[in-house]
Write a protein that binds this ligand. Structure first.
Ligand SMILES: [Fe+2]
Length: 499
């Protein structure tokens, strides 16, 4: 093993560091993501003091080399790939290694070494080859992990399942200040600066349950509003709370994207440029599934009628967009390719129509962008997409919905299915309620749960089996998990079958 001092001096020449000899730099764990047939992203961030107020994790103003290794076994008896990356001070000592030259459809283990210390070992896997016939895929998806609302037990249970893949659909952090009376409290007031965001990620990422979920499987992530600010829409703020000048808002958005990139296992293509970051992207799982990951936050028009639940004719205006025209075109191009049995659209907000008995709809969800939803649905019908499935989050409760060509007409064709995962913690313990809200006026909404947890999808060529998983409570640690409802989606038959 390379001596720490020699390694630092030998590896980076003039860079002088004065590390505390015994401080563990791997307090934030490890992660992997973005599986491709030949590569995966490996992530860590060095921090000896994860909640340091300056956001630099107790690290000195210097770049630090980090060695990485990938192996087919957890013992690392034979190393498949290895190298040295540089954890840059300017990027809060985060590391994004694209580990290439890997075999398709294989399980791997990875670890880092820096300053003579070894990181925890993470498990990951590559995607199957593009043309591979894949027997099955176990996928978990999750969203909305407000640290204050409870313990991250659902993340721990996700790790216990050792899935092939985890999708995170936004609200990985929450931006607010501490709210007395909650299960645990955010450090510091509402976050606004890059130092604030980095420190907030530091507080979240020391959580052992979250670290376990990252170490268990590769993640593919998209951000949502709370990763920046509640209910923002592109460059628009829904309200002026807290009051910010235009320049301060730009600074905040820039900081939030930068910190999001720094703390998640994203590919370099997602590295932010100013106030934007490239998050919509596509990846495949052989001939079994194509995942189209959407960004419904950065390019959307402002919420119609001032947002929230409203009766709002403007929500149906044909010019309104949720994705922006470039992303919409990109999505249609992808849907026209018919690369795999299942076309899975991973995105943030409630997709199905859900106007209540007063005609009110959620203006932050697709009901506030009805023409855009209509274009998208007709787009996949016109292109003959055999099995469209939408995965969503945001709403802090679990739902299973049939997607309809016309939500005002219960007799109209079912043209797909939507699975909505509940939150990891947001909304707290919840209740055992399972009566579907607004089902009387929305018969296409088939399932509801007010427990916290995630959704498991077992994907095979013939069917997707979806299990809605919930923990009994998030106000106490180590709650057990149970399946609260299960549905099947059959190949070639749009819509849900209750199991
Ligand atoms: Fe949320």
């Amino acid at each position: 093993m390379v001596n720490r001092r020699t390694f630092v001096l030998g590896g980076l020449g003039a860079v002088i560091t004065t590390p505390r000899r015994d401080a563990d730099p791997f307090t934030l764990g490890v992660a992997s993501g973005e599986p491709a047939p030949d590569s995966v992203v490996l992530w860590t961030r060095l921090a000896t003091d994860p909640i340091a107020a300056d956001g630099h994790g107790g690290m000195a103003r210097a770049d630090v080399p980090v060695e990485w290794q990938v192996s087919a076994t957890a013992s690392f008896a034979r190393v498949t790939a290895s190298g040295t990356a540089v954890a840059r001070y300017d990027e809060a000592h985060s590391v994004h290694v694209v580990a290439g030259g890997l075999a398709p459809g294989r399980e791997y283990y990875y670890r880092f070494r820096s300053r003579g210390r070894l990181s925890p070992v993470g498990r990951t896997r590559t995607a199957p080859a593009t043309d591979a016939a894949v027997r099955d895929l176990v996928l978990l998806f999750a969203t909305c992990a407000n640290f204050e609302a409870g313990y991250f037990t659902a993340y721990r249970r996700m790790a216990d399942e050792r899935p092939d893949l985890i999708l995170h659909l936004g609200d990985y952090i929450y931006e607010g200040g501490p709210k007395p009376g909650h299960v645990r409290l955010h450090l510091g007031p509402e976050i606004l600066t890059l130092a604030d965001y980095r420190r907030r990620y530091g507080q979240y990422k020391v959580d052992p349950d979250l670290q376990a979920a990252h170490a268990a499987a590769p993640w593919v992530v998209v951000s949502d509003d709370h990763d920046v600010e509640d209910d923002y829409a592109g460059g628009h703020r829904l309200d002026d709370i807290p009051p910010l000048t235009a320049a301060q808002w730009t600074t905040r958005r820039t900081a939030a994207y930068q910190a999001y990139y720094e703390h998640l296992p994203l590919r370099p293509m997602s590295k932010p440029a100013g106030t934007s970051m490239q998050l919509y992207r596509r990846f495949g799982w052989g001939r079994l599934a194509t995942f189209h990951m959407l960004d419904t936050r950065q390019y959307r028009d402002p919420q119609a009628c001032g947002g929230h639940w409203k009766v709002c004719a403007d929500a149906a205006l044909p010019g309104r967009t949720m994705t922006g025209s470039a992303q919409e075109k990109w999505l249609f191009d992808g849907l026209a390719q018919h690369r795999a049995t299942w076309d899975v659209i991973g995105q943030q907000v409630f997709f199905a129509g859900q106007l209540d008995s007063h005609g009110r709809g959620n203006m932050d969800a697709w009901d506030g962008y009805r023409a855009a939803r209509d274009r998208l649905q007709r787009g996949w019908v016109e292109r003959g997409v055999r099995n469209p499935v939408v995965l969503s989050g945001d709403i802090h409760t679990a739902w299973a919905n049939n997607l309809k060509l016309d939500y005002a007409d219960p007799g109209s064709a079912t043209i797909g299915a939507e699975l909505i995962c509940t939150s990891i913690t947001s909304r707290g313990n919840g209740t055992a309620a399972t009566a579907v809200p607004t089902a009387d006026v929305n018969p296409h909404l088939k399932f509801y749960s007010d427990r916290r947890g995630y959704t498991r999808a077992h994907v095979t060529p013939g069917r997707i089996t979806a299990d809605f998983r919930g923990v009994d409570a998030v106000s106490v640690r180590n709650s057990p998990i149970r399946t609260l409802g299960s549905f099947a989606i059959l190949d070639g038959r749009p819509g849900l079958q209750r199991l």
